[in-house]
Design a protein around this ligand. Structure first.
Ligand code: 3PG
Ligand code: MG
Length: 408
C-alpha cells in the first residue's frame, strides 16, 4: 500500500482527501459523537500545513443519490474547522455543477481547506454500474492532482470517491487508514497471547465471518449482547422474547463444536438481566442463563443485558488478556438500567495497563464507550470503521485498500 508518509511531498498540489465524516446526529442536527471528525483531522491539517490545497470529500448517512437537506454535511463544518484549527470552506452546490465547484477550487490558496457537500447526493458515488461510478470519479479527479484515502470507515465500499478515483490519480493511504490497517494486521497476524475477542451487538449473522476467521487465532471468544440468545438457544435453553436468529442456530452449534475441538474457550454469560418489556424503565430481574423464562414475566420476558456474575467473569478474561478486540455492546446500553455489562467490559479494557493492545472496533461500539463517559485515550485503539474493521478481520479484500496496493 502506498502511504503518505510525508505530506510535504504534496506541497503546492491540489489534493482530494476522502475522509469518513459520517457522524451520528441528534434530531435537531447536533453531532452526538465527533470521534470520526477528530480522527480525520490530523491528515487534513498536516496536508494544509504542508502547503497543499485540500479538498475534503465525505458522505453522511445514506441519501438516495439526490440532494436531501437531512443529510447535508453543513453541521460537520464547524466541528471539522475546530478539529483542524483552520477555516473550512464549504461547497454547498450540486457536484454536477462542475463549473461552480471548479470555481470554488480555483479560488483556494495553498493551505486552505474546502469540504464538498455529501457525495451521496450524486447517484454516481454509490452506483453499482462501473461506468456511472467512473464518470463521477473522473469529475472529482479533475479537481485535483493527487488523492489521499483516509476514510477507513468506507474502505470496504466500492464507491467512486473510495475506489474508482484511486485508479485515476496518484493515490496514497493517509495516516488514519495506515494506522487502522496496522492495528487490524496485529490482530490478524501476530497478536500477543492470551488473545480475547469480545463480541456483542444484536445480530450473530453480522459477526459470522469474523467468528469463523478469529476462532483459530484467539484463545477466548467472549459473547454477549443480543446475539448471545442465539448461542443460548443453540445450547438448548429457552430465551423468551429475547432476540433470536433461528436460522443461525445450526451455524452457532458448529462454532461451539469447532471451538471445543480446537481448544478455544467460548465464554457465554451465566446470568442475564431479563426485562418485562423493551423500555428504559421496564421491570427486570437477574436470572441464570439456563432459566430465562422463570421470571414473573415468564416466556414474555426478554434479555436486555448480561448479568453481574457474567460481567465479572468477562472482566476477568479481559484483565488477563494481552490482546483484546471488542465489537458490539453487551446490552441495551442506551438505557442506564441495562448498561452495566457494556460498562464492565469497557472498564476492564481500560483498567489493566497500557502495555497491551486493546481495540474497540467500530462506529457503534466507539459511540457506546464515549456515551458511557470513557475517553478515547483510555483505549489502545478505537477504530473509526465498524463494518470495515470487521470485514478486514474476516480476511476479506477491501476494495478501497486493494486499489491502493495495485498502484503501488
Ligand atoms: C459507516 O458509518 O459505517 C461508514 O461511514 C460507512 O457508511 P455506510 O455503511 O453507509 O456505507
Ligand atoms: Mg455502517
Amino acid at each position: 500500500m502506498r502511504r503518505l508518509d510525508d505530506p510535504r511531498a504534496l506541497a503546492g498540489q491540489r489534493v482530494l482527501v476522502r475522509s469518513d465524516l459520517n457522524v451520528p446526529l441528534s434530531e435537531d442536527g447536533r453531532i452526538t459523537d465527533a470521534g470520526r471528525i477528530r480522527a480525520s483531522a490530523p491528515t487534513i491539517r498536516a496536508l494544509a500545513e504542508a502547503g497543499a490545497t485540500v479538498i475534503v470529500m465525505a458522505h453522511l448517512g445514506r441519501p438516495k443519490g439526490t440532494p436531501d437537506p437531512r443529510y447535508s454535511l453543513a453541521p460537520v463544518v464547524p466541528a471539522l474547522s475546530k478539529a483542524i484549527g483552520r477555516v473550512v470552506h464549504f461547497e454547498t452546490g450540486p457536484l454536477e455543477d462542475t463549473a461552480k465547484v471548479e470555481q470554488a477550487v480555483a479560488g483556494l490558496q495553498p493551505g486552505e481547506v474546502l469540504l464538498l457537500e455529501n457525495l451521496r447526493f450524486h447517484p454516481g458515488e454509490t452506483s453499482k454500474d462501473d461506468a456511472e461510478r467512473l464518470a463521477f470519479a473522473r469529475q472529482l479527479a479533475s479537481l485535483a492532482d493527487a488523492f489521499v484515502s483516509d476514510g477507513f470507515g468506507v474502505v470496504h465500499r466500492k464507491q467512486a470517491s473510495v475506489y474508482d478515483i484511486a485508479t485515476l490519480l496518484p493515490s496514497y493511504a493517509g495516516g488514519l487508514v495506515a494506522r487502522e490497517v496496522e492495528v487490524c494486521d496485529r490482530l490478524l497476524k501476530n497478536p500477543e497471547h492470551p488473545y480475547a475477542v469480545v463480541l456483542g451487538g444484536s445480530k450473530v449473522s453480522d459477526k459470522l465471518g469474523v467468528i469463523a476467521n478469529l476462532l483459530s487465532r484467539a484463545d477466548t471468544l467472549v459473547i454477549g449482547g443480543g446475539m448471545v440468545y442465539t448461542f443460548l438457544a443453540a445450547q438448548g435453553h429457552r430465551v423468551g422474547k429475547s432476540l433470536l436468529e433461528e436460522d443461525q442456530i445450526e451455524t452457532v452449534r458448529g462454532y461451539l463444536r469447532q471451538a471445543e475441538s480446537s481448544g478455544v474457550q467460548i465464554v457465554l454469560p451465566t446470568d442475564i438481566v431479563m426485562a418485562a418489556s423493551f423500555a428504559a424503565d421496564a421491570e427486570h430481574w437477574v436470572v441464570p442463563a439456563d432459566a430465562l423464562e422463570t421470571t414473573p414475566a415468564g416466556a414474555e420476558a426478554l434479555g436486555l443485558d448480561i448479568g453481574p456474575e457474567s460481567a465479572q467473569r468477562f472482566a476477568n478474561v479481559i484483565a488477563e488478556a494481552r490482546t483484546v478486540f471488542w465489537n458490539g455492546p453487551m446490552g441495551v446500553f442506551e438505557f442506564p438500567a441495562f448498561a452495566q455489562g457494556t460498562r464492565a467490559v469497557a472498564n476492564a479494557l481500560t483498567s489493566h495497563g497500557t502495555d497491551r493492545l486493546t481495540v474497540v472496533g467500530g462506529g457503534d461500539s466507539a459511540a457506546a464507550v464515549r456515551a458511557l463517559g470513557f475517553d478515547d485515550d483510555q483505549f489502545g485503539h478505537i477504530s473509526t470503521g465498524g463494518g470495515a474493521s470487521l470485514e478486514y478481520l474476516e480476511g476479506k479484500t477491501l476494495p478501497g485498500l486493494d486499489v491502493l496496493k495495485e498502484r503501488a
